[in-house]
Design a protein around this ligand. Structure first.
Ligand code: CTP
Ligand code: MG
Length: 243
């Protein structure tokens, strides 16, 4: 039996932030790049890359807006209400996942920032494959392209060797049980983390790095929207290009 056809793969999209740095009246995940919202583009990419079910974590009172933004997507979508920190939103998403009898038993879960709307489906597929291959926690990363310097204030500054440094992206992929158990430990210990692989690492699970993509930029400031629009335009041109 082909496991990839029958086994559900859950994608949790965290979209409950307010997008203070981007500004604007609408929550960031509902902002559009070339006519399609960040959250819908994230959903498209996760599903194209191999997720079969989605849990979208949204701010209190906004579910209807998200349902409208995601109308027409051909996959089961559940909703959760997010918390005050990103990690709280992930926990709420996992809680909803656990209430779905089909998803509660799935082995692979991806956690994705709605703000990384242009992640290529190939990256999603690589992450899923790595978890299916036995990794408990998988992160897509890219190398740093700028030189890096540490500000030592009164003591001046120093060069940081960037050759081993990597920028962390999403979707991150996990063995579901490992992720749920690790977030429970993090809550008990009061750990503050900015990503989910760090939660698993803190509970003793090794993290596997796989290649990410510069297209997966996290739309954070107005400048990033301009870059994201340019990436979309390039993709259109290449789609139209018969060569
Ligand atoms: N996020 C979330 N719940 C929170 C905070 C963040 O679901 N309490 C989500 C955001 O919606 C986003 C992702 O986590 O998709 C990454 O967060 P970030 O880029 O910081 O988005 P915001 O928190 O919305 O932006 P800002 O920090 O500028 O307010
Ligand atoms: Mg934030």
């Amino acid at each position: 039996m082909d496991e990839s056809v029958s086994t559900p793969v859950a994608g949790v999209i965290v979209a409950a932030g307010s997008g203070v740095r981007l500004g604007g009246a609408m929550p960031k995940a509902l902002r559009e790049i070339r006519g399609r919202s960040l959250v819908a583009r994230s959903a498209d990419a996760l599903l194209a890359g191999g997720c079969t079910h989605l849990v979208v974590v949204v701010a209190q009172g906004l579910q209807e807006h998200f349902q409208a933004a995601l109308a027409g997507i051909n996959a089961p979508i559940s909703y959760a209400v997010g918390g005050s920190r990103r990690q709280d939103s992930v926990v709420e998403g996992l809680r909803v996942l656990a209430t779905d009898p089909e998803l509660a038993t799935c082995r692979v879960v991806l956690v994705h920032d709605a703000a990384r709307a242009l992640v290529p489906p190939s990256v999603v597929g690589t992450v899923i494959e790595a978890v299916n291959g036995g990794a408990a926690a998988v992160i897509p990363v890219i190398p740093m392209i700028d030189s890096v310097r540490r500000d030592e204030h009164e003591a001046g500054s120093s060069v940081v060797d960037r050759s081993d440094l990597r920028l962390v992206q999403t979707p991150q992929g996990f063995d579901l049980q490992v992720l749920v158990a690790s977030h429970a430990v993090a809550l008990r210990r009061g750990l503050e983390v900015t990503d989910d692989a760090a939660v698993c690492e803190a509970t003793g699970h090794p993290v596997l790095l796989v290649p990410g993509s510069r297209d997966s930029l996290k739309v954070t400031e107005p400048f990033d929207l301009v870059v994201a629009e340019a990436i979309c335009d390039q993709r259109e041109i290449h789609q139209e290009d018969p060569a």
